[in-house]
Structure formats: structure tokens, C-alpha cells
Design a protein around this ligand. Structure first.
Ligand SMILES: Nc1ncnc2c1ncn2[C@@H]1O[C@H](COP(=O)(O)OP(=O)(O)OP(=O)(O)O)[C@@H](O)[C@H]1O
Ligand SMILES: [Mg+2]
Length: 441
């Protein structure tokens, strides 16, 4: 049966944090997400314009509606803006005995206060003691402990103190606000410290990091994972969500919880498209064999531009595609991260022309230009090692791009690159070219 996770938090109209971030995170981690909205915020990437606290009876009704029918394997709290709301939630959590993650949200990323001063005390005394995990950031941990944090040793001290004095089973002091090359989170649990490290990502798009992180812990606890395992997964999850954060709005853009599932899904789609293309190429091997260059052939396909960082995000055939007599043989299955020329060229091309996501190389000869013209394909002559300026200009002038001819130079084989939106399209173009090439011979 699917596990059920509940978020008790504020709505962020900008879709970056709060309920919206939590539900995206739950979905990405494969649990059924539910929500109790405590406040409605009018918010975007740079400011909170209005806050309306939901009446207590409506908060309680939301909670009971889901708990009494659907059930909850784990819950988290985010923004609880006043002490009445905190007291109500504490009493409900106690009554229904629910595994709880408390994200002690006090201030929005934009700097706006989300928790009234007098409520901090109530949060510490009434809700945190019920928590399985509590996840303060640096300022929150300092506020709750009264100790200022300037490094890992301080984080450890505070994590232990908060667990022992406030009674949470486990405490994660998050490292997002600590100046260092790494963003290190400290978990204190059952007398032990755990460190979770990730490289610090330079990004403006960090709206919702804390919400997604605590939601990810909640989802993993709902699945029955141990606390250290849940935090470990949450740390990996948030690192990906920050790395692929979304550049929308003029302030802090939202993190991207969907990246966790979309990138693997896109990778699968790329590999299966390449396999289909390779089948087409082998089936038409007798035609295509004549076009294989001396340095052999390859075909590559890249992840969509928003996920493309390096050659690691481009798949191609490690052993290349070779001519064996009159046939074409694919030496091995396509893989990501093979360091070769087609992958390198493609990773550069996608940045200039995002629609082009696949490419194959064949030999160059003078007759090919005529064939390509007959087929109505757009082309440029280019040595890509010398830069992509001509390509940029052609794209700017509205030219469609199907082919790049590289005439080569001394010691470097001339080459034709066939481009397309995916590998199957490239394979079909190759076949079209090969058919005409044979006819013209
Ligand atoms: N620039 C970054 N690079 C890598 N990891 C980061 C970065 N910023 C935050 N994190 C990680 O994101 C998670 C959330 O931490 P953070 O300290 O940002 O929470 P927060 O301040 O509560 O966030 P929010 O402002 O969204 O409430 C932690 O695991 C932290 O280590
Ligand atoms: Mg936070």
C-alpha cells in the first residue's frame, strides 16, 4: 500500500516553498501527499505581501478529515504563524500519535518574519518535544538554543542541546547558512552525531530548500526508513533540487523537487531512443556502411538543455559504430558520459540550439552538399573547434540546421554531422542521405 505523508504548513502562492514545495517533494519520493493549510501567504520570489491565518476550526477540520479517513504514516509542520495554531497542532499530533518532523520556520528566505515572537516559546515547549526530527537552520538553531553558531563544533553542541533540553528524538542543524565550500548538516540522534555533506551550490534559486528538505525526511520516515537513512536521502534529494533550481521571478527562484524523478526519466528516454536509432542504423547497414568515415561513426543524444551540465549528460556508443564489410555493426550499448567527439560537439551545440539534442557523424565528400540540398536540409560549414560563431549567426538568421560540414584540415578527417531533435530523427536523416548517395553512385 502507498505510504501517506501530511504537511501542516502555509501556502506559498509562488509555488516555491510551503505546502507547494512539500507536495512536489512527496510526489517525487513516491508517497501520497496530503495537506493542512495553516496560513495563506501572498508571496513570490522576493517578498511576502500578505498573510492570512486560517481559522483554528478550519485547520482542525482539515487535519481530522484526512487523519480519520486516509491515515498518516508521517507528518511535518512548516509555517505555523501564531501560538494558538501551534497549540492546536500539538494537541492533535498528541491525540493521534503521529510521527512528526518539525521544521521550525521563523523567517522566509526573503527576510519576512513568518512566526510571531511570542510563539517561539510555545513552539519550543509544546511542539518540538513531540518531534521525531526537528530541522532548524542556523538562525533558528541559535534562537532556540541561545548559542551562536560559527562552525561545525557549534552545530554539534546545539544539536545535542536541543535534543536533550527540548526533547526531540533527533535534531538536524542545517548548514545552508554557514559560510563554507560544503553545506554540512549535523544530525544528533541517540547519542551519536552524523554529518551529511554536499558541495555548496552557487545559486540564487534556493527558495524552499528548508521546506523540501524536511518534506523529504517526512516522506522517507513515512516509508519506514530509519532517521539517519531518511536524512541521508533528504540531503541527496535537496542537493539535486538546488542544483536544478528554477530561474523564475526576480528574486530567489524555487528549488526543483521534480528533478529527482525527471532526470532519471529523461535518461531512460534518451537511452531507449538511442537504441531505437541504432536498430534503424543496423537494419539499413548496407546503405549506411558507405557513409562511415575512417575514424568510424557514432551517434549521441543529450538530456534536455535544463539538465545538461557536461558530457556526463550526453549518451553515445562507447565502442562506436563500425563498418564490417558491407554491414554496419554497433559495438556496444549506448551509455552516458562517454568522452568522445560527438558527445563533446553535441554538449556545445545544445547550448546554442536547444532543439537539437542528437547528432551522428558520417564521412564528408563533395557530393554530399548536393544531396543535402535535394533533401531540403539546412547546413553550415564549420570547424567547431574554432568556435560556434557561424552557427550562432545562422541560427539568428532563422536558418534550420540539419547538417554541419567540417572540411577537415591536415591530419584531421573531414566530417559531416547530422543533427536532429532526437536520435531516431537523426537515423532517419542518415537513411535519407544514404539512399540518395547510393542512387548517385
Ligand atoms: N547553496 C547550497 N548548496 C548546497 N546545499 C544547500 C545550499 N543551501 C542550502 N543547502 C542545504 O539545503 C537544506 C536546507 O538548508 P537551509 O539552511 O537552506 O534551510 P532553510 O534556511 O530553512 O531554508 P528556507 O529558507 O527555505 O527555509 C540543507 O540540507 C542545506 O545543507
Ligand atoms: Mg527554513
Amino acid at each position: 500500500m502507498i505510504r501517506r505523508a501530511l504537511t501542516i504548513a502555509g501556502s506559498d502562492s509562488g509555488g516555491g516553498a510551503g505546502i507547494q514545495a512539500d507536495l512536489k517533494t512527496f510526489a517525487a519520493l513516491g508517497v501520497h501527499g496530503m495537506s493542512v493549510i495553516t496560513s495563506i501567504t501572498a508571496q513570490n520570489t522576493y517578498e511576502v505581501r500578505a498573510v492570512h491565518d486560517v481559522p483554528l476550526d478550519v485547520i482542525e477540520a482539515q487535519f481530522k478529515a484526512v487523519v480519520e479517513d486516509i491515515g498518516v504514516d508521517a507528518a511535518k509542520t512548516g509555517m505555523l504563524s501564531n501560538s494558538e495554531i501551534i497549540r492546536l497542532i500539538a494537541s492533535l499530533i498528541k491525540k493521534y500519535d503521529i510521527t512528526l518532523v518539525v521544521d521550525p520556520v521563523m523567517i522566509a528566505k526573503s527576510g519576512a518574519p513568518l512566526l510571531r515572537d511570542d510563539a517561539v516559546e510555545v513552539l519550543a515547549k509544546e511542539l518540538i518535544p513531540l518531534a521525531t526530527v526537528v530541522t532548524p537552520n542556523k538562525p533558528e538553531a541559535e534562537r532556540l538554543s541561545g548559542i551562536s553558531i560559527s562552525g561545525l563544533d557549534d552545530s554539534k553542541l546545539v544539536a545535542k542541546k536541543l535534543s536533550e533540553e527540548l526533547g526531540a528524538r533527533a535534531v538536524v542543524v542545517k548548514g545552508g547558512h554557514l559560510a563554507a565550500d560544503e553545506s554540512i548538516d549535523i544530525l544528533y540522534y541517540e547519542g551519536r552525531y552524523y554529518e551529511f555533506r554536499a558541495p555548496r551550490i552557487q545559486s540564487r534559486n534556493t527558495h524552499g530548500t528548508g521546506c523540501s528538505f524536511s518534506a523529504a525526511i517526512t516522506a522517507e520516515l513515512a516509508k519506514g526508513r530509519s532517521i539517519p537513512d531518511a536524512v541521508r536521502t533528504a540531503k541527496e534529494f535537496i542537493t539535486v533540487a538546488i542544483e536544478y533550481g528554477l530561474s523564475v521571478g526576480r528574486g530567489h527562484g524555487p528549488v526543483n523537487p521534480s528533478a529527482w524523478v525527471l532526470i532519471p526519466a529523461e535518461k531512460y528516454a534518451v537511452l531507449s531512443n538511442l537504441k531505437d536509432a541504432l536498430k534503424l542504423i543496423e537494419l539499413n547497414g548496407r546503405l549506411i556502411a558507405r557513409l562511415i568515415p575512417e575514424s568510424q561513426m557514432n551517434i549521441a543524444m543529450a538530456l534536455p538543455g535544463q539538465y545538461l551540465r557536461s558530457i556526463r549528460d550526453v549518451a553515445s556508443v562507447p565502442g562506436r559504430i563500425v563498418r564490417v564489410g558491407e554491414e554496419v555493426r554497433v559495438i556496444s550499448q549506448p551509455e552516458f558520459g562517454v568522452d568522445n567527439e560527438v558527445s563533446e560537439l553535441l554538449s556545445k551545440l545544445v547550448k546554442v540550439v536547444p532543439e537539437i539534442r542528437a547528432l551522428a557523424n558520417i564521412m564528408y565528400c563533395e557530393g554530399l552538399e548536393e544531396i543535402v540540398n535535394e533533401l531540403g536540409y539546412g547546413y553550415v560549414y564549420l570547424d567547431y573547434r574554432a568556435g560556434l560563431d557561424e552557427l550562432r549567426q545562422a541560427v539568428k538568421a532563422g536558418q534550420t540546421l540539419d547538417i554541419i560540414f567540417d572540411k577537415g584540415s591536415w591530419g584531421r578527417e573531414a566530417m559531416t554531422y547530422v543533427l536532429g531533435r532526437d536520435a531516431v530523427e537523426v537515423a532517419n536523416k542518415l537513411i535519407n542521405i544514404a539512399v540518395r548517395y547510393k542512387r548517385n553512385k
